[in-house]
Design a protein around this ligand. Sequence first.
Ligand code: C5P
Length: 284
Amino acid sequence: MAGLTLRAYAKVNLGLEVIQRREDGYHELVTILQTVSLYDEIGVGSAEGLTLHCDRKWMDGRRNLMWKAADLLQKESGTQMGAAMNLVKTIPISAGLGGGSSDAAAALRCLNDLWELNINNTRLAELASHLGSDVPFFLQGGTQMATGRGEFLEPLCTPKGQWLVLVSPDIRVPRKTPLLYENLGPRDFSDGSMTTRLAETLRVGGALPTDCIVNAFERAADDTFPGLDRYRKAMLEAGAEQVHLSGSGPSLFTLMESKCAGDALQKRLGELGFFGIVVQTVTT
Ligand code: C5P
């Protein structure tokens, strides 16, 4: 069986500002998305129908965004071909790290190749935007500024070799992303200028200025995720200088000067009873 495999990387948001609620129910935002070295593994092989096996049983089959990606590509191209898809999850689920969106983007890329559809990048990005606001970003990954509802993308220079420590609290909230957006009010909105300024620095290959990283969901996340503050305090106690929320949370991250410093923070977090993941920025 001919097969393809791909890593589907997680992301963090190096700043996320929400400008306003739109008439279509979505929100206008300015954010910088950055892929990091934590990934799910995607495999696709030729088969007659569509199947999706995931190592988390409850994520098998049709309910998974990878399935919807495959279905969308079949409808777009009219192909009769099928695929056996495999997903090994490592990225925490519904955590603000973009795991499901990244898996879907990886499925679009793999199946476009496997089925030899030659759908160009522009059309693939349009299809991706039907699957979710973050999905177009993951087709290229790296460092990109996203505007609109997240579908307009501008590539930026990746802050190379930047280490981070992630902490992903195991706090489940049903309908997490829509709920967090619904909980935003005018006091959480801003004009996007902090994140635009950060993008200007990254555009010319500058270092990452940590004092420009803001996230519109900070207040709503504290209200919505019970116990989130405990994780934030633990990170500070373990030595993190600044703690940032990724996406609509609940994952938190802090920037580190080196791998060594990241490992030390991870160790101190472990001593406090918290699990940290040391990652690095990646360009694909
Ligand atoms: O696009 P995606 O399916 O990831 O969005 C999930 C939900 O998050 C949307 O149904 C919407 O309620 C909210 N959302 C939003 N504004 C955005 C992105 C998402 O309000 N820019």
